[in-house]
Design a protein around this ligand. Structure first.
Ligand SMILES: [Mn+2]
Length: 369
């Protein structure tokens, strides 16, 4: 099957930096804020509902800041639902603090990992200066926060995992990774690169093997195959029933979902289907519509496809073969979600059937089973 033509999206230009880690520039950005505020404590933040790469990068960043002579605390936001991610927290005994416990008067600023200010799933208090950003995503509304001045940025769109970027800084300062930090970073690289199978650079490979050698293998196996709640099977059953095949795409617009992370999990699952070139799964959770997109195209087009599917609605971001987005439903509620799903389905057809060659039946999508 020929690759799906992807209509040209207009992703914002975000400068990608490459080359060696810039430890000195990073350290002096923090040092400046510390001496100005008289506080040497730094908050490490990431996006809402953190995934393994976000958590790995947080743990690595906390260690890096301590190596550089600062105090650091990790604050996370949103619940975690995915069984693997919960197992990671349990096995590695993460002691992340809640956002509510973040006292901006106790820290000199924040370091953001695996996200950027202005991304829809990321919240930074207005009165908290962002001192540094480490990320590998392209975002739809990073521009809106361009006014926020960030002294240090290392955004590398080509790198598979933020954990790998953070790892390179730890290596540069000669840090001896403890088992827990190594395991956390490993999980981050593993998750975002599918065990180095997608979007992996030499740096990801180096981080992966270096951390694996120091990782807790028992914990890793417990994280990879955790017990699953019954709700998982219920959601899976519903998704299998509702998903439709549109030519090279599998699309599951599920209405209400039991947890917002299941859309990503199901997109991962559907994209493995023979002949499927991209999979989109969406669902409503607590007044917002969540979307997850996975591609198998040779290129790095997940962001481009999702930008066409959202057509200016909500916010989204992505890298390589992974993209995710959210649309606030506001007052519109259930009806709004249904209308949004209809609009998305129309845009799916615009991509997979631009010449309108599909029959009416085909335009409704074929069932999977
Ligand atoms: Mn990531």
């Amino acid at each position: 099957m020929s690759p799906t033509p992807v209509p040209p999206g207009q992703p914002p230009v975000v400068p990608a930096t490459s080359g060696p880690p810039r430890v000195e520039a990073f350290a002096s950005a923090i040092e400046r804020a510390a001496s100005q505020s008289g506080r040497r404590r730094v908050a490490v933040l990431t996006h809402r509902n953190p995934d393994p790469d976000a958590m790995g990068a947080c743990v690595g960043m906390r260690m890096l800041l301590r190596e550089l002579g600062f105090e650091a605390e990790v604050h996370t936001m949103g619940r975690i639902y995915r069984a693997e991610n919960l197992a990671m927290i349990r096995e590695l005994k993460f002691d992340f603090l809640a956002y509510e416990a973040l006292d901006v008067d106790q820290v000199c600023g924040a370091v953001l990992v695996d996200t950027q200010p202005g991304f829809g799933h990321t919240f930074v208090p207005d009165d908290l200066p962002v001192l540094a950003v480490f990320d590998h995503h392209l975002g739809s509304n990073a521009e809106s926060e361009a006014s926020r001045e960030i002294p240090f940025k290392d955004v590398r769109l080509d790198v598979g995992a933020t954990s790998s970027i953070v790892f390179s800084y730890l290596e540069a300062v000669g840090a001896e990774l403890d088992t827990n930090t190594a395991t956390a970073l490993f999980c981050g690289v593993r998750y975002d690169t599918g065990d180095l199978s997608v979007d992996a650079t030499d740096l990801d490979e180096e981080a992966y093997f270096h951390c694996l050698r120091r990782a807790d293998r028992e914990a890793l196996s417990a994280i990879q195959r955790p017990r699953l709640p019954q709700s998982y099977y219920r959601e899976l059953h519903r998704a299998l029933r509702m998903a439709r095949r549109f030519g090279p795409a599998v699309v599951g617009l599920l209405g209400q979902v039991e947890n917002p992370e299941s859309v990503a999990e199901l997109a991962d699952f559907f994209v493995r289907m023979h002949g499927c070139e991209w999979a989109l799964v969406g669902g409503t959770y607590e007044g917002e519509y969540y979307l997850s997109l996975r591609t198998r195209l040779g290129g790095r087009d997940a962001y481009g496809i999702l930008s066409v599917l959202l057509d200016g609605e909500g916010s989204f971001g992505g890298h390589g073969r992974i993209a995710g987005g959210r649309v606030a439903l506001g007052e519109a509620g259930k009806l709004g979600a249904r209308r949004l799903e209809r609009r998305i389905r129309t845009r799916v057809l615009r991509i997979v059937d631009p010449e309108k060659r599909f029959s009416d039946d085909e335009r409704l999508g074929g069932t999977l089973t």
